[in-house]
Design a protein around this ligand. Structure first.
Ligand code: EPU
Length: 345
């Protein structure tokens, strides 16, 4: 790897910088430790008309062998807490703070709001992109604003939660603003007042009565450790597919044939199904083909045993999705984004 005079790294190996451990080299790499750094990186990209890839913790991005243009890593720190009206506490966090470190810091202060989102890999700045969610809570439940630098004019902007277009594993940052902005800071609204969210799965059976935020945090950590592979030991990107949402009629028809099928009714009447269950019904749990496989404890997680490439992973994922389509006539949508791919939607 070379370091050019202006601080750009040339030919940076990113194989260890993505949790799927896909072999990948960035043509140019720029680590931004301040807003000014981000602005400088974007100016360079604009001057040279380089395509832009923003890389945080690499836990939800599929990397090709070669990433053309500029890969920018927003590594901005900072974490502050400010008591606001009533029981509310305003939290500001830099994009480069490790998400789980943020959750721990909030739980340590006995603040409520993030405890169900423990152990999600990645950096805080990536959280709004896919509106991270787990155990009945989504980032959108506590997000107040997102600060970003816009590539078009190099300026800082602040988007309120309602401007972020948050949905299930979705936001404007995956669509209209993809590859156009760099998120630098988030504002969250947490609370001193206990507000346990225990309605998902068996969470309520894993905590004592009147649990503390730490009790919930520890239960979530324990459940995740039981099911989800540690990317350091077995590379993966968490859920590889979104849970599909179907009409109630469709869900009723499927449930008539499969009474044990998990179903999660949505506020609009549609029903979210469990992609992991659909994959498992196709007999694919624990299956392996070459370098990739379906995890043996969570069928929604594809794992990389080593030596594979993005193309092989995509071919494997197509086979998994193809089996679900053939058996249930349901299309699975991929969850992690692919670097260099045009924006969705
Ligand atoms: N199930 C199976 N087979 C499996 C795994 C699960 O049949 O191999 C069934 C379970 O029995 C359960 C249902 O599927 O009835 C749902 O399973 P689980 O609670 O493990 O959650 P999930 O729907 O598979 C989603 C998120 C996870 C998040 C969990 C908990 C998506 C795409 N994934 O998974 O998020 O941790 O719920 O809230 O929505 C991620 O996004 O990377 C991620 C891990």
């Amino acid at each position: 790897m070379l370091e050019a005079a202006n601080g750009l790294e040339i030919g940076r190996d990113l194989t260890r910088a993505n949790t799927l451990a896909l072999p990948s080299v960035a043509e140019r790499f720029w680590r931004a430790r301040s807003e000014q750094d981000v602005m400088h990186g974007l100016r360079l990209a604009n001057e040279h008309d380089w395509p832009l890839t923003v890389l945080g913790g690499g836990s939800n991005l599929l990397l090709p062998p070669h990433i053309a243009g500029l890969t920018l890593c927003p590594d901005l720190d900072g974490l502050s807490f400010r008591a606001a009206a009533g029981d509310r506490v305003d939290v500001e966090v830099g994009a480069g703070v490790v998400w789980h470190t943020l959750v721990e810091a909030c739980v340590e202060r006995e603040l409520w709001g993030l405890e169900n989102l423990a152990l999600i890999p990645g950096l805080a700045g990536a959280a709004p992109i896919q509106n991270i969610g787990a155990y009945g809570v989504e980032l959108g439940d506590v997000l107040e604003w997102v600060e970003l630098i816009d590539r078009r004019d190099g300026r800082r902007r602040r988007l309120g939660r309602d401007e972020c277009g948050l949905g299930y594993r979705d936001s404007v940052f995956k669509r209209e603003l993809a590859n156009r902005v760099v998120i630098t800071r988030l504002g969250l609204g947490l609370s001193w007042r206990p507000r346990p969210r225990l309605d998902y799965g068996a969470l309520d059976q894993r905590v004592p009565p009147s649990p503390s935020a730490r009790d919930v945090f520890e239960a979530v950590c324990a459940i995740r450790r039981e099911k989800l592979p540690d990317p350091v030991a077995l590379p993966n990107a968490g859920s590889f597919f979104k849970n599909p949402v179907v009409s109630r009629q469709r869900a009723d028809m499927l449930a008539a044939m499969h009474p044990d099928m998990p179903r999660y009714p949505q506020p609009n009447g549609d029903v979210k199904l469990a992609a992991a269950w659909l994959i498992e019904q196709c007999g694919l749990k624990s299956c392996r083909d070459g370098a990739f496989g379906v995890h043996d404890r969570q069928a929604l997680v594809l794992v990389h045993f080593g030596g594979g490439t993005l193309d092989e992973l995509l071919a494997f994922a197509d086979r998994v999705a193809g089996a679900v389509r053939a058996r249930f006539d349901i299309a699975l949508e991929r969850e992690p984004r692919q670097a260099g791919e045009p924006a969705s939607g």
